[in-house]
Ligand binder design. Sequence first.
Ligand SMILES: Cc1cc2nc3c(=O)[nH]c(=O)nc-3n(C[C@H](O)[C@H](O)[C@H](O)COP(=O)(O)OP(=O)(O)OC[C@H]3O[C@@H](n4cnc5c(N)ncnc54)[C@H](O)[C@@H]3O)c2cc1C
Length: 393
Amino acid sequence: MTTTPLPSTGAAAQTDTAHTADTVDTVIIGAGQAGLATGYHLARHGRRFVILDANPRLGDNWRCHWDSLRLYSPAGRDSLPGLKFPAEPDSFPGKDQVANYLETYAETFGLPVRTSTRVHRVTALPKTTSSMPSDDRYLVNCGAVQFVAHNVVVATGTFGRAPAVPDFGHELDPSILQLHSSEYRNPGQLQDGPVLVVGASHSGCDIAFEVASTHRTILCGRDTGQIPVPLESRRMRVLFPILWFVWGHVMSLRTPLGRKLRNHGRLHGAPALRVKRTDLTAAGVERVTDRMTGVRGGRAVLGDDRLVDATNIVWCTGFHQDYSWIDLPVIGEDGWPLEQRGVVPDAPGLYFTGLAFQSSFRSMFVGGAGADAQFVVQHLMTHQAERVAMLPA
Ligand SMILES: Cc1cc2nc3c(=O)[nH]c(=O)nc-3n(C[C@H](O)[C@H](O)[C@H](O)COP(=O)(O)OP(=O)(O)OC[C@H]3O[C@@H](n4cnc5c(N)ncnc54)[C@H](O)[C@@H]3O)c2cc1C
């Protein structure tokens, strides 16, 4: 890595600290499955890069989920390129197994990950030699340390990491314990009294099923459907390869159906895989298919105008993307990047990996990260070769 003096005007002048930055060909932001898979492909081509992650330890993005979380995809489908997931292929790994696998993955391939390094800002640097496209460079500001890079790959999460909680949550009585699914670990965190779980996709169904063993539980939210085969059954072993094919090749941006499903897939929950309607009923969960619509007198109101006397509310309402730290006009009005299969046409050298439905429904799975990363790296290399060819001799 070399050091670049930063110009004293323009974007660089607004940085927090240093007046020099490390120069590297590519900065990858995020060391989850998408960032690591991108690093793997760059390393295979002998490229110089660094992977930055805000967390203190690789895999923490998985360790922080609720204690009992196990994948919905079997280990046989959970591998990143070049390293098999170390578990019996038909088993369903727990969150810590995934975390440890990511850590081992980075070690195995010697990927240059810098942990405890949050990126606060990405800006375009003023061109130094000319206005030629070959001169596009980005400044990646992490506070004390900064990088200048020709390419930046943003791999900061599938649906984003910012908890999406309705605004009316603030109007709830302060005595009600509110947790977002990203804060929920186990039923021991909850107060005595009924629990309202808001949102009935995978996390909502899993958490409602679990807390019903200790608390009276109401699960509200639209029914997102269900795959009518038990996840851990022999029938699912036969069905899963078919689903995997459909998720990768039919629900893909290459098909009209896939293009139609993309927005739906990004905004709404997917059909239940592990905890089904009958499991919820058997566990004693009261299922209300209305949404929570507001708050009255400090209490939750459901769509049928019913007031719920819950002492706990678990928001399983998902996440939203927060790209406010990317100081470039590359985010659309819907909050999603203006990209095509991870390539940002308006910002040469800027890429995204790991987005929900980046190329297909499979994109959000561990086992789908490799193909999308490979596409992005291939584009990056071809594009950079073209940029170098345009430089003055
Ligand atoms: C409840 C749940 C169940 C799941 N089940 C499955 C499953 O069954 N099978 C499966 O394959 N996948 C599953 N997933 C995976 C999920 O679908 C995601 O696709 C996956 O976690 C995304 O990986 P990623 O690398 O894109 O992002 P993440 O894992 O979110 O990693 C992003 C990384 O970026 C870092 N970061 C973010 N912002 C910055 C910044 N500004 N600067 C520096 N670093 C930053 C974060 O610290 C994080 O480490 C599940 C996820 C959840 C939450």
